[in-house]
Design a protein around this ligand. Structure first.
Ligand code: PLP
Length: 388
């Protein structure tokens, strides 16, 4: 064999070299665009969801992650996407056609609403916002051409809860697809498909990955919508690299212990914040002070580690900057659900339906990580001192 051929062929094992058995607890990371096939398979392969004839159809780590999420969400099919927003936009595009009307809860992750208003509308889809506390009044918003209802409960910034049971009942009667962004609760604390939601989406970037080092999204469907989603998914060629799927799977292994700690730490800090003079409102659905606490108890078994608060005083930008910069354990950053605590602030100006108490107010959002609770409280106290 010539050296040129050797360079190409040597060391390319598809099983372990030298017959050594090598079994790890976790799935291997495969890199591959080309999948080797027998001529017969090459001529006949037609996979239902998971193909094996090209790298884009899902590497083993992706398929393993999809199976795991599907089991947790109690779904029929899960597909992994390169980000949470991609999972959301993929789902919209797979389901919407020109002339459709869609209802999107006003408290969704802002880029979700941006996509609907700026992209879907270009293709002739009419978008209307739904009040974030919608329940059986959903009928007031439905039109004859309403195709889907997109919910986020609790909203990951202002934490309103939708009463999903009546929404699902009415949607089913009218043959409208229901979709929910389940990133905040994860299937550990809320399983939307058990209630009859058709599609549950998560940004795996948050709690599933858990360490702020991957971008990932998942779409989990019931049987009825599995075909339309999988066909679109494969047609536009969405897939996730092996490493990120592997890290997503690894994140799953510790999800329970991380979330339990983050839940308790967040509740502890939220209750403590409620007692601080400087604070006006703590926005945490698991607290009795939350306006929809009863709905929270109806649907969610437990709460995760992200919540908000507002100050009594309307501080100016300079003061807010001072507050944020004085924090050591709450760096300013987007995203959430990792092991490091984070803070961000926002004044909601684009919402159609915003609670009076948040109008012209800076709403701060904390994502509680795995640090010590007293350290986090002391850090916030230092921040409050910087404001006074
Ligand atoms: C509730 C929610 N859904 C979806 C997303 C989008 O996820 P990703 O950052 O993975 O695109 C985010 C991101 O912050 C989010 O908060």
């Amino acid at each position: 064999m010539d050296v040129k051929t050797k360079l190409i062929r040597s060391g390319k094992y598809t099983t372990c070299p030298k017959g050594i058995e090598y079994k790890t607890l976790n799935p291997p990371i495969y890199k591959g665009s080309t999948i080797l096939l027998s001529y017969k398979d090459f001529k006949t392969s037609k996979p239902p969801f998971h193909g094996n004839y090209y790298g884009t159809l899902g590497n083993p780590a992706q398929l393993a992650l999809e199976d795991a999420i599907c089991e947790l969400e109690n779904g029929y099919m899960t597909r992994a996407c390169p980000s949470g927003l991609n999972a959301i936009t993929t789902t919209f595009m797979a389901l919407c056609s020109q002339g459709d009307h869609i209802l999107v809860c006003d408290n969704v992750y802002a880029p979700t609403m941006n996509f609907c208003n700026n992209v879907l509308s270009k293709y002739g889809v009419k978008v209307d916002a739904l009040p974030p506390d919608t329940g059986k009044n959903i009928t007031d918003y439905i039109k004859p051409n309403t195709r889907l209802i997109f919910l986020e409960s609790p909203g990951s910034n202002t934490f309103e809860i939708q009463d999903i049971e009546p929404i699902i009942k009415i949607a089913k009667e009218k043959n409208i697809v229901t979709i929910i962004d389940n990133t905040w609760a994860t299937p550990l604390f809320f399983r939307p498909l058990d209630y009859g939601i058709d599609i549950s989406i998560m940004s795996g970037t948050k709690y599933i990955g858990g360490h702020s080092d991957i971008l990932l999204g998942t779409i989990t469907t019931n049987e009825a919508y599995s075909n339309v989603i999988s066909k679109f998914y494969e047609t536009v060629e969405i897939f996730v690299n092996s490493e990120d799927c592997y890290l997503g799977l690894r994140g799953l292994r510790t999800l329970n212990v991380r979330l339990k700690y983050q839940e308790e730490a967040a509740l502890n800090i939220a209750r403590w914040l409620e007692a601080q003079d400087i604070i006006e409102t703590v926005i945490h659905p698991a607290l009795p002070s939350h306006p929809q606490h009863e709905l929270f108890n109806k649907y969610f078994t437990e709460s995760s580690g992200v919540f908000g608060f507002t100050f009594k005083e309307n501080y100016n930008e300079e003061q807010i900057e001072k507050f944020m910069n004085s924090l050591e354990f709450f760096p300013v950053g987007l995203s959430w659900g990792g092991v490091n605590s984070l803070i961000k602030s926002e004044v909601y100006t684009k919402r159609k339906y915003l609670s009076e108490k948040f109008k012209n107010k800076t709403v701060f959002r904390l994502s509680i990580g795995l640090e010590d609770v007293e350290d986090l409280k002391n850090d916030l106290l230092n921040g409050f001192k910087a404001l006074s």
